[in-house]
Design a protein around this ligand. Structure first.
Ligand SMILES: [Zn+2]
Length: 127
């Protein structure tokens, strides 16, 4: 099912087809090695693109339904990863920060955009 969406994304973006193939291979390797979140800057370094270009490619896949967006949520003070949420509206239930021993408000958090393969549950919700 994902591969059909991927083929469609390539068809819709013929100029990006080779790069999308390279990106997809990279993402699958990452996934196999236990990395479930893909960051534009890491993909950029791997594919020798700039961050903006890698972001555009990841966005193409997100729009095609091959990937979904997520946010890694960090404590701004300590840099600890507190949670990963699927949208910014979910920032209300960020777990207690053990590093600072407090519940951070939005301005104490740093967000990092990431992408992931959709979980079975997300696919069900999108249908
Ligand atoms: Zn903290």
């Amino acid at each position: 099912m994902l591969s059909r969406k991927f083929e469609r994304a390539k068809r819709d973006n013929p100029g990006l087809s080779d790069l999308l193939d390279e990106l997809m291979q990279y993402l699958e390797r990452q996934q196999q090695s236990g990395q479930h979140f893909f960051l534009p800057k890491l993909a950029a370094a791997k594919l020798r693109l700039n961050d903006g270009e890698a972001y555009v490619l990841l966005e193409v896949l997100a729009r095609a339904g091959v990937l979904t967006r997520a946010f890694n949520v960090y404590c701004k003070k300590s840099g600890a990863l507190l949670a990963t949420v699927s949208s910014e509206d979910k920032l209300n239930d960020i777990p207690h920060c053990d590093e600072c021993d407090e519940d951070h408000e939005r301005d104490g958090l740093r967000l990092e955009l990431a992408f992931q393969f959709p979980s079975a549950r997300d696919i069900g919700m999108a249908a």
